[in-house]
Design a protein around this ligand. Sequence first.
Ligand SMILES: NC(=O)c1ccc[n+]([C@@H]2O[C@H](COP(=O)([O-])OP(=O)(O)OC[C@H]3O[C@@H](n4cnc5c(N)ncnc54)[C@H](OP(=O)(O)O)[C@@H]3O)[C@@H](O)[C@H]2O)c1
Length: 318
Amino acid sequence: MPTPATIKLNSGYEMPRVGFGLWKVGNDTCADQVYNAIKAGYRLFDGACDYGNEVEAGQGVARAIKEGIVKREELFIVSKLWNTFHEADKVEPIARKQLADWGVDYFDIYYIHFPVALKYVDPAIRYPPGWGSKIEFSNATIQETWKAMESLVDKKLAHSIGISNFSSQSIMDLLRYARIRPAVLQIEHHPYLVQPRLVEYAQKEGIRVTAYSSFGPLSFAEFNMENADNCPRLFDTPTVQQIAAKHGKSAAQVLLRWSTQQDIAVIPKSDKAHRLAENLDVLSWDLEEADLKAITALDRNLRFNDPLNYGMYVPIFY
Ligand SMILES: NC(=O)c1ccc[n+]([C@@H]2O[C@H](COP(=O)([O-])OP(=O)(O)OC[C@H]3O[C@@H](n4cnc5c(N)ncnc54)[C@H](OP(=O)(O)O)[C@@H]3O)[C@@H](O)[C@H]2O)c1
């Protein structure tokens, strides 16, 4: 049965189930890619301060709006609060800067990127600030940060607010004090990292789940990560290959459909124009129950986007 194109959030807004991921999209091509993705039918753009391309992404959006291809209200623009801006008085100024970079006056959702507060870095000195050459923590608690995130909703700077890279334990705590509940949890999620309990818990709490890095190790090949280099590409596993052949779909589509069929949104990134339509077509056809189970059985509890894998001692997932 086809899955609806959007998913209803606890904030009342509708979020597209398939979006375009902006991590590692180059500054030189980003505006064109966003523009072309809009032309291809994408409405959700998953950005972040940390991706360093919000200005260019905004240029792509502006061009599409100017040409009448889409209206702002038909788009779903996503951004994220970086770790160095967790202190209460830093949240709104940086959100306003990011809005200005995009050239929009509200985000459809604004996430806390990681449950990690790092020492403030003035954007005039370094932007995006990244993790820095040495990890220096800030004392900001998630409660302090969440309260500041809630005030972005009050001020209509964000329609919804969300969390990324949070565990069940940290969500459980946040829900004790949240006046506005997180609308979406964005997590690394692919058949090598299924995290069924985390997904189940978020969904039971009415928090929608968005998967990132749906293709597993592929996105991390460039970082020389030992665990990404030492496991087979998900695309090449006989399970995924056979299921793709059976349905006449690509391996990428099978992996994305495996998520969307579990009510999980996806945000694949591609630099290739010919992959745009392919990655978008993951709602209108179905995998069989046995296919879903076979793909889930590939689980290795293998996480790639872990600060430890980049040599930073921030063991948030343990
Ligand atoms: N919240 C967080 O902490 C966090 C962390 C990571 C990512 N994210 C978000 O999630 C998005 C997606 O994750 P990701 O960028 O890590 O990786 P991804 O979408 O899983 O994979 C991207 C890789 O897959 C390739 N690819 C894309 N479509 C393909 C297709 N149809 N067939 C074959 N190869 C294909 C791309 O190559 P080409 O570009 O050459 O096509 C690229 O190498 C990010 O862009 C970002 O917005 C969030």
